[in-house]
Ligand binder design. Structure first.
Ligand code: UD1
Length: 433
């Protein structure tokens, strides 16, 4: 277990570079299995979920590994379609391997990622779409098996709701299907366009990714690609939130501020100065002046307010003047971090999808536990605004999305460190989120 210590009360200052996006890198690693030639992903952050993905690739017989900061893959002669339960259960993104392994092996077995700390996360939209393309779907207990004889068929599919993961699954499947696939009601998150750009660089023909209607012309052969995944908009939002919570001035370079417009709009409304260019953003706040509360936030699919940034927004608004409310429309249990905020002296109440923030008052250091990835990062951000030292016990969530969050915050001048502690707190489990 890792233990983060954050001593708050000091303003931040400095510049950071956004890493490559976790939510692009994870589907891209799976998508390399669709390619018939070597691929290289440039500048991949060393996240726990990337390690898990490499172990999964190795377990099914694929050749993939680090080359410095990059990950290189080579087509393997034979792959196995059985995804080991311990890897399937270790991350939700194991679902991205359904379509590529079905294509390569004609059969894939995945112990379902199931529910997780954010609430139930079904995969029915992935499965319904693959079935429409000709896959036979069998569910036995918690395990799904997909089979197909020969390639999948292109189909006209309307998604029940704009699921990011299902859009990626069906886009990947369609690249190697026979004929044309139309996905209607697709998710529009930027990572979908990024995955399409990678696939197109390898010779696929995906059009309209990033809009609600995606058309994919299936290909009998794909080459390889050397590709730099897009910058991580949630990591950029985390550094912006750190500046807003602690005060000071932080510049995030190599990011795309237009990808976090809704989050930046909230920071402005709360009283931060935000300068957003095409590939950099600066957030400044006078630490002597409290932020403005009275904010009402509701998460939504892109380009709405990203659910992953909701806990970060909460951390910023904890000490604002006046109450605020945040509603998460996507996940049932997004605000498990509220217990940690309360331990730090914040006036908060979480009821289902709604988080109420009383605002005002001062935060103090406390011993808290990271409940999930973004909730853990939000506790670190809140701790920057607290007097004294906060210890965040983390059973492994934060490193799933940040290679070294403590080092990033320390580079901005925060008193922040990470050590390995031997015992996990009672009740903590390393479950997907
Ligand atoms: C992705 C992101 C995650 C982000 C989420 C929403 C990755 C690796 N993860 O997760 O960080 O929080 O998008 O922006 O990209 N749903 C179904 N049936 C399905 C699929 C989804 O009911 O078959 C529901 C989910 O339960 C959830 C909603 O749709 O309520 C959105 O989920 P989805 O967009 O699929 O999120 P993920 O792809 O899992």
């Amino acid at each position: 277990m890792q233990l983060y210590t954050v001593t708050g009360g000091a303003a931040l200052g400095g510049r950071l570079r956004a890493p490559a996006a976790k939510n692009s890198v994870l589907p891209l690693l799976a998508a390399t299995l669709l390619c018939d030639a070597p691929c290289t992903l440039r500048g991949v952050p060393r996240l726990a979920d990337v390690d898990t993905s490499l172990r999964l690739l190795g377990a099914v017989g694929a050749a993939a590994g680090w080359e410095g900061e990059d990950i290189a893959t080579r087509p393997a002669p034979a792959l196995c379609g059985d995804i080991p339960p311990e890897l399937a259960g270790a991350m939700r993104s194991s679902v991205f391997y359904l379509a590529p392994l079905l294509y390569r092996c004609g059969r894939v077995t995945l112990p379902l990622p199931g529910g997780c700390k954010l609430g139930p996360r079904p995969v029915d939209i992935h499965l319904a779409g693959l079935a429409a393309m000709g896959a036979r779907v069998e569910l036995a207990g918690d395990t799904v098996t997909l089979c197909c004889r020969g390639p999948l068929r292109g189909a006209d599919i309307t998604l029940r709701l704009p699921s990011v993961g299902a859009t990626l699954t069906l886009m990947m499947a369609a690249c190697r299907a026979a004929g044309t696939t139309v996905l209607r009601g697709a998710a529009c998150e930027p990572e979908i366009g990024d995955t399409a750009d990678f696939l197109n660089a390898a010779g696929a023909d995906v059009r309209g990714a990033g809009t609600p209607v995606i058309v994919v012309y299936g290909k009998a052969a794909l080459g390889g690609a050397v590709y730099a995944p897009m910058p991580d908009r949630i990591a950029a939002a985390t550094y912006a939130a750190a500046a807003a919570a602690a005060g000071g001035q932080v510049t995030v370079e190599g990011c795309r501020p237009q990808h976090l417009a809704a989050f930046l709009q909230l920071l402005r409304a709360a009283g931060c100065a935000v300068e957003a260019g095409p590939d950099a953003l600066t957030v400044a706040r006078d630490p002597a002046r409290p932020l403005r509360g009275g904010q009402e936030v509701c998460t939504a699919a892109y380009p709405g307010f990203a659910t992953d940034t909701a806990p970060l927004a909460a951390a910023v608004l904890l000490t604002a003047q006046g109450p605020s409310r945040i509603y998460d429309a996507l996940f049932e249990n997004r605000f498990a971090c509220a217990a940690g905020f309360a331990a730090m002296g914040a006036r908060v109440g979480a009821k289902g999808r709604l988080l109420w923030l009383g605002g005002g008052g001062a935060l103090h250091g406390a011993a808290v536990t990271a409940p999930d990835l973004r909730g853990g990062a939000a506790l670190a951000v809140a701790a920057l605004a607290a007097q004294g030292t906060t210890c965040i016990r983390d059973p492994g969530y934060i490193r799933r999305g940040y290679a070294a969050l403590h080092a990033d915050l320390a580079a901005l001048g925060a008193a922040c460190a990470c050590t390995e502690a031997d015992a996990a707190p009672a009740g903590a489990q390393n479950r997907p989120n």
